[in-house]
Design a binder for this molecule. Structure first.
Ligand SMILES: [Zn+2]
Length: 145
């Protein structure tokens, strides 16, 4: 059995974007404070309104935890969850599964890696930027004339 996130009213747009392999950060419409995970109110000014800002899923490792709890059925324990400081959005920390055969290092550069768990569930994992196997922007194919 695979892990199935349960999108709610506030996080549904996030999961829908991830499923389309798009990465965007929810920002307060009033003061611009980023919200992760997505939520109904700004933690700073309590404004409800928000907008989505598409950015590259690139950042640096802030910290990580090794989970010994079987939160994810079927997953081998322990597993590693990293907290990533986004390069493009000041003050925005996001987290996700670590995807590498080695442990992360504090401050190392990482890129998001969309991981299709099942046909309708996609997660955003994080991998070392120097891994070479993950491309944030695949090169566009230009028609040859
Ligand atoms: Zn605000």
């Amino acid at each position: 059995m695979a892990y199935r996130p349960e999108p709610d009213r506030d996080s549904r747009p996030w999961w829908e974007r991830i499923a389309r392999k798009e990465f965007a950060v929810q920002e307060c419409a009033s003061c611009g404070t980023p919200r992760f995970p997505p939520r109904a109110f700004c933690p700073v000014c309590r404004t409800e309104g928000c907008r989505w800002r598409e950015v590259d899923p690139v950042g640096t490792v802030e910290s990580w935890i090794v989970s010994h709890q079987p939160f994810v059925p079927g997953r081998l324990d322990p597993y590693l969850v990293v907290m990533v400081r986004l390069e493009a959005v000041s003050g925005c920390l996001v987290y996700g599964n670590w995807r590498s055969t080695r442990p992360p290092e504090h401050g190392e550069r990482v890129v998001g890696a969309f991981t299709e768990v099942t046909g309708d569930v996609t997660l955003l994992d994080w991998a070392p930027a120097d891994a070479g196997s993950v491309h944030v922007h695949p090169p566009e194919r230009k028609p040859s004339h």
